[in-house]
Unconditional design. Structure first.
Length: 758
C-alpha cells in the first residue's frame, strides 16, 4: 500500500495523470459525443445490428474503451458492468469464470471468434487442481460482447446464463490503406495493484487484395494487493501469497479478398500464462502441511480458417460464412508439499515424528475440432421483409485429466504412490469425446413498414458423450460401478418482438428456452477414499438442465442521449449438484462397504428475476453524465434457500468530459454496492455477508499527437476496504473466519499506459 501511495505522489508531481481514460461504458467518437457512431453487436441476433434495435440486453466493449479504460484483467473489463461479475481465487488460481445474472461457470458460454473456450474444471481435492477459463489476452481484442439471458436458440448447450463473445483484431482495424500500407505500434501498461507490466507490439501490412498482421503481448506481474496485515505462514494469513506471473500471447492473421464480396481469413493464436506461487496461507483441513508451492501453467493454441461471402443483391443467398477450426487448451499444475510431524503414512491430519515431501501433478486438456456455417437470406413476401439465418454448428471435444503424486517419507527413507486412500496416478473421469451437432434457423420479420419486428428462432442440438476408460480410471472406480456413454437432444425455441413506438423509442420482449447437457465430469465422475470411507460414483441417468426466460424492456434515445431498461424472469429446472450426498444405505446407488456415497444428481429448481437500467445524458457537446444499475434476486426452490451466486444491488455513475477534437478527456466514476443481505449457510456456520461500499475512480486519456497516446487512472481514490461477493459467496467463508481480509480488494491504486504508433 505504501508503495502505491508513493508511486501516486510521484506521478502527480510529474503531472503524469493529467489525462485519463473513459470507463468501460463510455463511447466517444473522434468529434465528441454529438457525432458518436451507433453501438453495434453480433452475438444477440447472429448478424451485425445496432444494439438499440436488439430485443435483448447486450453490452459491447471495444478496443478504444479497453485502452482508455486501463483494462488489463477480466475484473477490469466488467468494472462498470452491473449484473456481470468475474469469480476469482486470490489464494492461487486467480480469475476463473463469468457470472451473468446469477449464473456462472460452464453455464455461461464463452466464445473466441465463435470458438468455444475451454471448460472450467475443478475437482475438490485440496488446493492442487483448478482449470480456469481465463485464456484470452485483452490487448488482442477489437470487441467484447456480453449477451445476458438464455441464448441456446443460437448457441446451444452452456448458454443458460448468457454469452461472452471475444472478437480478435483484424489487420484493417489498424491499416489505413489510403495513407500507408504498413502500421506499427508499441504499447506499455503499468498497474500498481499487482505491480504488473504489459508490453504489446503490433505490426500490420497490406494492400486492397490482402492484409496480414502480428500482435504479441508479454506481461509480468505479482499477486494482487489487498488490505491483509497478518503476515504468517498458516490459515490465519491475510497478506497475499507471493506470486510471480508471466503471460504471453501471440496473434497471427492473414486476410485475402480474392474477388468482390469474398474474404478468406487464416488465424493462429497462442496464449501461455505461468504462475509461480508460495501458498503460505496453507489449508486448515491439513494441519500437518508446513509448506506448499506451486507452478500453474495455462495454454491455449488454435488454428482457424474462415470464409465470408457477401452478396449486394437481396435473395436466398445474401450472405454466407463458414469457420473450420482446431483448438487445444491445457492446464498443468505442479505442487510441492511438505508435511511435518506427521504419521508414517504422511497423513495431513494425524500427528507423528515424520517429515514427508509430496510432489503432485495435475493435468487437464481439451482438444476441440469444429465447423460452423451460416447462410443469410433476405427475401420479401406477404407484405413482410424476412432476414433468415440458417446455421450448423458441429464440434468434437476430447477431454482428459490426470492427477499424479509420489509420497516420500524423508524420515524413514521410503516412498509410495498411495496417500489417504488415493493410489496414483488417478483419473477422476474417463477420457471423453463430446460430439455436438446443432442446427438452427431464425427469421427476423419486419412488418408495418419496419415498425414491428418479430423474430422467431429454433435450434435442435444432438449431444453424444462417448468414453474411453483406461486402466488408470478403472482402478479408481468403486466396486460394482460402471461408467457409460451418454446421449441427449434438445429443441430450443425463442420468440422476440420489438415495436418502434417512435423513431427514438423501442419496446421489446423476448421469451427463450435454454438447455445445458450434463458435462463429462458429472456423468462419469468417480473417486473413492477407503481411509475416510466415502466414494463419488457416476450417474448415467442425469438429464439436461433447462430454462425458460422472459425479458421485457424499452430502449430510447434523444439526440446524443440514450437509455434502456430491462426486467427479466428466469426459471431453471434439473440443476445439477455435482456432489450430492446420497441417503445410504437405502439409496440403490450407495456403494456397500463405504459410509458415504456422493453422486451428481438433478436436484435444484432455481428462480432468478431482476431489473437493469442504463443511460447516458449528453449535457452538451463535451460533457456526458452516465450511469447503470442492476438488481437480481435468486432462490434455490428445492432447498428453499437464497442462491449464493446472486450479486448484491450494484450501481455505477460517471461524469465525463471529452474535448471537441478528442485530444483529451477525463471522467469521474462512482460505484456503489449494497451489502449482501442473506445467503445459504454451509452447515451451521454463519456465512460472511459482504458489507456495502462505495468507490471513486478518476480516469482519462491524452492524445499527445497522432503518434503518441497516454492514458491513466486512479482507482479506489479514498482507499476503501471492501470485498466482492463474487469472490466470497461460493467459498463458504464464515463471518468469524480469521482469513476474511485475504479476500479484500486493492486499496488506492493507479494504472498508466503509453502507446507509440509508427
Amino acid at each position: 500500500m505504501e508503495a502505491s501511495v508513493e508511486f501516486l505522489r510521484s506521478a502527480v508531481c510529474r503531472a503524469a495523470l493529467m489525462a485519463l481514460a473513459t470507463p468501460a461504458w463510455a463511447q466517444m467518437g473522434p468529434q465528441g459525443p454529438v457525432t458518436r457512431l451507433p453501438e453495434v453487436a453480433v452475438s444477440a441476433t447472429g448478424f451485425e445490428e445496432s444494439t438499440a434495435d436488439v430485443p435483448a440486453t447486450v453490452t459491447t466493449i471495444d478496443a478504444q474503451q479497453i485502452d482508455r479504460g486501463l483494462v488489463r484483467t477480466l475484473q477490469d473489463l466488467i468494472r462498470y458492468e452491473p449484473g456481470v461479475s468475474v469469480n476469482s481465487d486470490p489464494t492461487r488460481f486467480g480469475a476463473n469464470s463469468f457470472n451473468i445474472r446469477g449464473l456462472e461457470g460452464n453455464r455461461v458460454q464463452i466464445l473466441v471468434d465463435g470458438i468455444r473456450a475451454p471448460s472450467l474444471y475443478q475437482f475438490g481435492i485440496g488446493p492442487f487442481n483448478n482449470s480456469t477459463r481465463s485464456f484470452v489476452d485483452l490487448d488482442s481484442l477489437k470487441r467484447v460482447e456480453i449477451l445476458r439471458g438464455p441464448a441456446s436458440s443460437l448457441y446451444g448447450s452452456d448458454a443458460l446464463g448468457g454469452v461472452v463473445s471475444y472478437m480478435t483484431k483484424d489487420p484493417l482495424d489498424y491499416l489505413d490503406l489510403g495513407t500507408s500500407p504498413v502500421y506499427g505500434a508499441f504499447k506499455s501498461a503499468y498497474a500498481s495493484a499487482d505491480t504488473g507490466w504489459a508490453n504489446t507490439g503490433t505490426l500490420a501490412y497490406g494492400t486492397q487484395a490482402w492484409q496480414a498482421m502480428a500482435l504479441y503481448t508479454y506481461f509480468t506481474g505479482h499477486a494482487q494487493e489487498n488490505f491483509g496485515t497478518v503476515d504468517v505462514i498458516g490459515p490465519q494469513r491475510t497478506v497475499p501469497n507471493p506470486q510471480d506471473i508471466r503471460q504471453q500471447n501471440l496473434l497471427l492473421r492473414g486476410v485475402l479478398q480474392p474477388a468482390e464480396g469474398h474474404q478468406l481469413r487464416g488465424t493462429y493464436e497462442w496464449f501461455d500464462r505461468s504462475n509461480l506461487v508460495q501458498v503460505l496461507s496453507l489449508n486448515a483441513s491439513t494441519p500437518r502441511t508446513s509448506s506448499l508451492s506451486g507452478e500453474d501453467d495455462n495454454q491455449r493454441e488454435r488454428f482457424s480458417l474462415d470464409y465470408a461471402y457477401s452478396n449486394p443483391q437481396r435473395g436466398w443467398l445474401a450472405g454466407f460464412t463458414a469457420n473450420l477450426y482446431y483448438q487445444r487448451a491445457s492446464t498443468d499444475s505442479a505442487s510441492n508439499e511438505t508435511r511435518s510431524n506427521t504419521s508414517a503414512s504422511c497423513s495431513g491430519v494425524a500427528g507423528g515424528v515424520n517429515t514427508c515431501f509430496i510432489p503432485r501433478q495435475f493435468d487437464f486438456e481439451q482438444r476441440i475440432t469444429g465447423l460452423t456455417a451460416q447462410l443469410e437470406s433476405l427475401v420479401e413476401g406477404g407484405g413482410a421483409q424476412h432476414r433468415i439465418l440458417w446455421g450448423i454448428d458441429a464440434s468434437d471435444t476430447d477431454s482428459s485429466a490426470l492427477r499424479d503424486a509420489t509420497i516420500y517419507n524423508q524420515t524413514t527413507g521410503t516412498s509410495t504412490k498411495t496417500l489417504a486412500g488415493d493410489t496414483f496416478p488417478v483419473r477422476d473421469f474417463p477420457n471423453t469425446s463430446t460430439r455436438q451437432l446443432g442446427l438452427y434457423v431464425q427469421d427476423q420479420i419486419s412488418l408495418m413498414n419496419d415498425q414491428l419486428v418479430v423474430t422467431p428462432g429454433l435450434r435442435y442440438d444432438d449431444y453424444q458423450l462417448k468414453i474411453s476408460p483406461d486402466a488408470i480410471y478403472l482402478a479408481n472406480v468403486p466396486p460394482g460401478v460402471q461408467a457409460k456413454d451418454f446421449s441427449d437432444s434438445a429443441w430450443s425455441p425463442k420468440l422476440a418482438l420489438l415495436y418502434r413506438v417512435t423513431p427514438d423509442l423501442n419496446v421489446y420482449g423476448n421469451y427463450a428456452f435454454g438447455f445445458r447437457a450434463p458435462p463429462f465430469d458429472d456423468v462419469n465422475a468417480a473417486f473413492r477414499n477407503p481411509v475416510q470411507s466415502y466414494v463419488l460414483v457416476p450417474n448415467p441417468d442425469l438429464v439436461s438442465e433447462t430454462s425458460q426466460g422472459l425479458e421485457l424492456g424499452f430502449k430510447g434515445r434523444a439526440g446524443a442521449s440514450n437509455f434502456a431498461v430491462a426486467a427479466f424472469y428466469n426459471r431453471y429446472k434439473n440443476f445439477i449438484d455435482s456432489q450430492t450426498q446420497l441417503d445410504c444405505p437405502s439409496d440403490p446407488a450407495c456403494v456397500p462397504g463405504f459410509a458415504f456415497t456422493f453422486q451428481a444428481t438433478n436436484l435444484a429448481r432455481v428462480r432468478i428475476y431482476g431489473i437493469e437500467a442504463t443511460g447516458e445524458w449528453a449535457i452538451d457537446r463535451n460533457w456526458t453524465l452516465a450511469g447503470s444499475i442492476a438488481y437480481a434476486n435468486g432462490k434455490d426452490e428445492t432447498l428453499d434457500q437464497p442462491l449464493n451466486s446472486i450479486n448484491p444491488l450494484t450501481a455505477v455513475a460517471g461524469l465525463r468530459y471529452a474535448a471537441t477534437d478528442d485530444r483529451w478527456g477525463a471522467s469521474l466514476n462512482l460505484t456503489g454496492v449494497q451489502g449482501k443481505k442473506s445467503a445459504a449457510a454451509a452447515g451451521n456456520a454463519q456465512p460472511f455477508l459482504t458489507p456495502g461500499f462505495g468507490l471513486v475512480d478518476i480516469t482519462g486519456y491524452l492524445n499527445i499527437n497522432k503518434n503518441l497516446r497516454l492514458a491513466g487512472g486512479i482507482f479506489n481514490v479514498f482507499d476503501k476496504k471492501y470485498w466482492l461477493w463474487s469472490n466470497v459467496g461460493q467459498t463458504g467463508l464464515t463471518a468469524n473466519s480469521p482469513a476474511l481480509d485475504r479476500y479484500t480488494q486493492p486499496g488506492l491504486n493507479v494504472a498508466l499506459n503509453l502507446q507509440v504508433i509508427y
